[in-house]
Design a protein around this ligand. Structure first.
Ligand code: F6P
Length: 562
C-alpha cells in the first residue's frame, strides 16, 4: 500500500521545510560557487536553470528519494507500453505512441497500434499536401486560403497554441482561425470576414458530442450554405472532421474519407500529436509537423532513460511538489518572455489542472495532501505591468517558470535584448529582493521568491515539441507521486449534464433548483422573446440534442435592452 504522507521521506521533507524556512536562496549561491552549473541541464535545444529555487542539496536529495520510493519507473513503463493506467475509463494512455519514432511495437489489447498510427499520419500528409499545394479545391474551383478549426478544450488549445507559436512557419497564402467558445460573438466575428469559396472547416471533437462544438459546427454549416448556395457533395470540399466518433461525423454530413480518426487512448489534452494536430500540419506543413513529434520523442527518450537526478521532467515535478506540499504554494505561474507563446499558459492550464485537479487517489480514497496547483500566467514583459507587484511584495508564495527563446528576428535585436534582460532582471529580483538591507518597509522587496528559467535556442517545431512533452511528463510524475489518475476528467461531466438540463427546463417553472438558479433562469428566460432556442427546437424535434446536430439552432431574438 503506497501511503505517501505517512512515509519516512515525506516526514523528512516536512522536517526540512521547518528547518530551512529562513534559508535564503542567495545564501545557497554564496555557499556553493558551482550551484548554477550543478543545477542546470541541457537537452537538445532546451536549457533549464533550476538553481534559483529554495532547494538545499539535502532537500533535493530527499525529493529524489520521494521519486525513487514512488511507482514512477513502473508507471512510466506501463504508460509507454500501453497498459491500462487510466483505470476509471479503462484505457491506456498513449499520446507517446503518436510521436514514437522508434521501431518497437506498442500494443493495445495485444495489437500493435503503430501501423494504424502510421496510416493516420500518411492520410494527414496526403491531405495537408493537397490543400497546401492548391490541389484540394473548393466547390468553385478555388484553393483554400482560410482554415477554421471548430473545437474546444484539447481540440482547440493545443493546435491553437502551436499554430500561434510557429506563425513564422505558416503557409504564406493561408490563414488559420480557431472557434471554441459557444458565445455567438466568437463565431460571428470569425465568419464575418471569410469567403466560403476558399474556406475549409475542421470540426475537431474527440467525442463528437460536445455541445459547444456541435452548435458552432451547425452554425458554420448554416453560414456556409447561406453564403455559398452550394449543397450536397460540394459541402464535402469545405468540411472535414477529426474525431474518434466516425458515425457521428458522418451523420453530421462529413464525407467518410474526410474524417481523420484517432483513438480513445489519446486524452483530449494530450491529443495535438494526433489528427487533432491537423491545423498545425496544414499551417506549417507535414515535414515540420513531424519535427514537432520528433522534439517530443527526444523528450520521451530523455524522460525514460535519464537518471532521476538528471531528468528534466522529474526535476521540475519534484520542485513543484516541494513548493505545493511543503511550502504551501497553491499556484504555479508560467510567464513566457516570448509573445509567440502567449497561449502557452492557457494550454498548460488544461494540461495540468484537468490532469491533476483531483482529490481521490487511485484506490478511490480521499487524499490527505494537496495535489495539482492553479496554473496561470501571461507573457513578460507585460506581466511586469500587471501582476508582478503582488509577486514581489505580496503575501503569497508563487513559484514561477520563465520561458524564453534566444533566437533574434532580423531587425528586432534591440527588442529581443530588452526582453531577455528584463526576464533575467526579474528572476534575479525575485530571488534577491533589494538586498541593500532596507528595513522591511513599503519600498522593500523581500526576495527569496523562486523561479525556473527555460531557454529555447529557438522557437522551432522540434524545440516546441520537446517543451510541451516536458510539461506533459512533469504532470505525469506529479500525478504518479500523488497516486492520482491524471488521465480522466469526471469533474467536467456534472456541468455538461446540468447545462443541457437547465436549457431544457428554462421554459418550465421547475422547482427542482435552488432559489438562486431558479431566479436567474427566470431572468435569462425573459431575455429570450417567445421561447428559448432549445424550446423552439423541442417543438420541432423530440430530442433537443438531436436538434444540435441536424439543424442549426436559431438564437432567439433578444429583446433590445435599454
Ligand atoms: O473539458 C472536458 C473535455 O472532455 C476535455 O477533456 C476535452 O479536451 C474537451 O472537453 C473537448 O472534448 P471533445 O474533443 O470530445 O469535443
Amino acid at each position: 500500500m503506497y501511503n505517501l504522507s505517512s512515509s519516512v521521506t515525506w516526514k523528512k521533507l516536512e522536517q526540512l521545510a521547518r528547518e530551512t524556512q529562513n534559508d535564503r536562496i542567495s545564501e545557497y549561491f554564496s555557499d556553493d560557487a558551482g550551484r548554477f552549473d550543478k543545477m542546470s541541464l541541457r537537452l537538445g535545444g532546451l536549457f533549464l536553470d533550476y538553481s534559483k529555487n529554495r532547494l538545499s542539496g539535502e532537500i533535493f536529495k530527499t525529493l529524489l528519494k520521494l521519486a525513487e520510493h514512488s511507482p514512477l519507473r513502473q508507471r512510466q513503463a506501463q504508460m509507454f507500453s500501453g497498459d491500462i493506467i487510466n483505470v476509471t475509463e479503462k484505457r491506456p494512455v498513449l499520446h507517446t505512441a503518436l510521436r514514437n519514432r522508434g521501431e518497437e511495437p506498442v500494443t493495445v489489447n495485444g495489437q500493435n497500434v503503430m501501423p494504424e498510427i502510421q496510416a493516420g499520419l500518411k492520410k494527414l500528409q496526403a491531405f495537408t499536401d493537397k490543400v497546401r499545394d492548391g490541389e484540394w479545391l473548393g466547390f468553385s474551383g478555388k484553393r483554400i486560403r482560410n482554415v477554421v478549426n471548430i473545437g474546444i478544450g484539447g481540440s482547440d488549445l493545443g493546435p491553437n497554441m502551436v499554430c500561434r507559436a510557429l506563425l513564422p512557419y505558416q503557409h504564406p497564402e493561408m490563414k488559420f482561425h480557431f472557434i471554441s467558445n459557444v458565445d455567438g460573438q466568437h463565431i460571428k466575428k470569425i465568419l464575418k470576414g471569410l469567403d466560403p469559396e476558399t474556406t475549409l472547416f475542421i470540426i475537431s471533437t474527440k467525442t463528437f458530442s460536445t455541445q459547444e462544438t456541435l452548435l458552432n459546427a451547425n452554425t458554420a454549416k448554416q453560414w456556409f450554405i447561406e453564403h455559398s448556395h452550394c449543397q450536397g457533395a460540394d459541402l464535402g470540399k469545405h468540411f472535414v472532421a477529426v474525431s474518434t466518433n466516425k458515425a457521428a461525423a458522418m451523420e453530421f454530413g462529413v464525407n467518410e474519407d474526410s474524417i481523420f480518426e484517432f483513438w480513445a487512448w489519446v486524452g483530449g489534452r494530450y491529443s495535438l500529436w494526433s489528427s487533432i494536430g491537423l491545423p498545425i500540419a496544414l499551417s506549417i506543413g507535414y515535414e515540420r509537423f513531424i519535427e514537432l513529434l520528433e522534439g517530443a520523442f527526444e523528450m520521451d527518450q530523455h524522460f525514460q532513460n535519464a537518471p532521476l537526478e538528471k531528468n528534466m521532467p522529474v526535476i521540475m515535478a519534484l520542485i513543484g511538489i516541494w513548493y505545493i506540499n511543503f511550502l504551501g504554494a497553491e499556484t504555479q505561474a508560467v510567464i513566457p518572455y516570448d509573445q509567440a507563446l502567449h497561449q502557452l499558459p492557457s494550454f498548460l492550464q488544461q494540461l495540468d489542472m484537468e490532469s491533476n485537479g483531483k482529490s481521490v487517489d487511485m484506490e478511490g480514497n480521499p487524499v490527505d495532501y494537496a495535489t495539482g496547483p492553479i496554473v496561470w500566467g501571461q507573457t513578460g514583459s507585460n506581466g511586469q505591468h500587471a501582476f508582478f507587484q503582488l509577486l514581489h511584495q505580496g503575501t503569497r508564495f508563487v513559484p514561477i517558470d520563465f520561458i524564453a527563446s534566444l533566437q533574434v528576428e532580423e531587425g528586432t535585436e534591440a527588442h529581443q535584448f530588452a526582453l531577455l534582460t528584463n526576464m533575467l532582471a526579474q528572476a534575479n529580483a525575485f530571488m534577491n529582493g533589494d538586498a541593500a538591507g532596507h528595513q522591511q518597509d513599503y519600498t522593500s522587496c523581500p526576495g527569496n521568491r523562486p523561479s525556473n528559467v527555460l531557454l529555447l535556442d529557438q522557437l522551432n517545431p522540434h524545440n516546441l515539441g520537446a517543451l510541451i512533452a516536458l510539461y506533459e511528463h512533469k504532470v505525469f510524475v506529479q500525478g504518479t507521486i500523488w497516486n492520482i489518475n491524471s488521465f480522466d476528467q469526471w469533474g467536467v461531466q456534472l456541468g455538461k449534464r446540468l447545462a443541457t438540463e437547465i436549457s431544457r427546463n428554462i421554459e418550465s417553472k421547475s422547482t427542482e433548483y435552488d432559489a438562486s438558479t431558479q431566479g436567474l433562469m427566470q431572468i435569462v428566460k425573459q431575455h429570450f422573446s417567445g421561447s428559448s432556442p432549445v424550446a423552439k427546437e423541442q417543438s420541432l424535434k423530440k430530442e433537443p440534442s438531436a436538434a444540435l446536430t441536424k439543424v442549426a439552432v436559431q438564437p432567439a431574438k433578444a429583446k433590445k435592452t435599454a
